[in-house]
Design a protein around this ligand. Sequence first.
Ligand SMILES: C[S@@+](CC[C@H](N)C(=O)[O-])C[C@H]1O[C@@H](n2cnc3c(N)ncnc32)[C@H](O)[C@@H]1O
Length: 401
Amino acid sequence: MNFHVLTLFPEMIRQGLHTSILGKAMERGCITLETTNIRDFAANKYNRVDDYPYGGGAGMVMEAEPVYRACKAVEETIGRPARTVYLTPQGRVLNQTIVEELAMEEDLILLCGHYEGIDERVLEEVVTDYISIGDYVLTGGELGAMVLIDAVSRFVPGVLSNEESSQFESLQDNLLEYPHYTRPEKWHGKTVPSVLLSGDHKKIEAWRYGQSLKRTRERRPDLMKNAVTVTCAYYAPEEKWQEILRQTTEEMTRYGTMLDIGRKKIRKQHNHFETEDFLLFAVPAVLPADSPLASWKEFFQSFRGTQTPAALILYGPSPQEDSQTAFAGIEQDTVYGADSRSSSTDCADVKPLDDPIGSIKKILQDKGFQILDICTHPESISERRRFLLGLREKIYQGIRS
Ligand SMILES: C[S@@+](CC[C@H](N)C(=O)[O-])C[C@H]1O[C@@H](n2cnc3c(N)ncnc32)[C@H](O)[C@@H]1O
């Protein structure tokens, strides 16, 4: 990931970021940081880049032309237009979902304003995203850019020594993290909760989940109203797909439940869900001939929702296949499933389905599930990320409100 910061105070950015974890990440080349002084693009011999505001009023405004030229110079070094973020109190307030979404870019241009801000006309031409770091006003965009760079970098592979540690933190599933403890066991008369010393990982996870809920309710009740309990209801006879679906669920929530629809016991029990639940339905695009049931209807027989938000993962014949071709034709209605009435000469052991996405979606909708999105390439990390980020954006920005 390459960060390109346009600023009047490049030394502030460099000094702020060349230390600790980010400094080391730069040394290792996981991220690069390049600062451009907007003043170098001033069109006058005094290097002045600001002027009085039209219409009067206090303060100065940064001129359009130097900002435009600085931005174009950076774009030229990148070789193509890049996402350009203007740090401003008037933008979307930065959150973990935006951070993760920005981390998928290869280059990010960050524009820092100063004084009263920047001439609106250049913002209209160069800015793709307006981002605020909180509902307060800073003297300049530099601290905002540093906050954004720090948060985004945590999702760049190799920045954190242990990739796991960037996997799950507070806010990723709209919950605050549970409290942490380290040695000594007793400090100022306070002991570490005994469950953490038990070595029982199931109990520890349950305790942590309870603490997360308690803490979020107490400290951020606003988050709680959009929190969901995630269940992945899947049918995946092949282990490699089970693993991909487990990973997908874990990327969405730390506390998800996996329900194997392939198991008779699961199909026999009542699988009823509320609006606070979230269902990830994952089934193969090709229903194998040896599957225990003949149609998708039978698979979802025991499932009921109450306008329960859900998403559908329709995975392909084999994760080893080229992800470009494994699902080729889904849009053209040429994948196979057990609901179909027509047949295919190429796939003797599978039954073709005219429109698997449409059919499964309709079955689930009739059963009370609200399908928010569909993923057809869960084996592709970037596709999965995009899918999950989109879902999170919908859920946590309040589908229920
Ligand atoms: C004093 S502020 C200008 C505020 C502007 N007059 C307004 O009312 O929207 C100067 C610069 O600081 C940066 N800035 C201020 N508050 C910020 C915030 N909450 N998030 C990100 N950047 C901020 C912006 O780049 C802005 O151009």
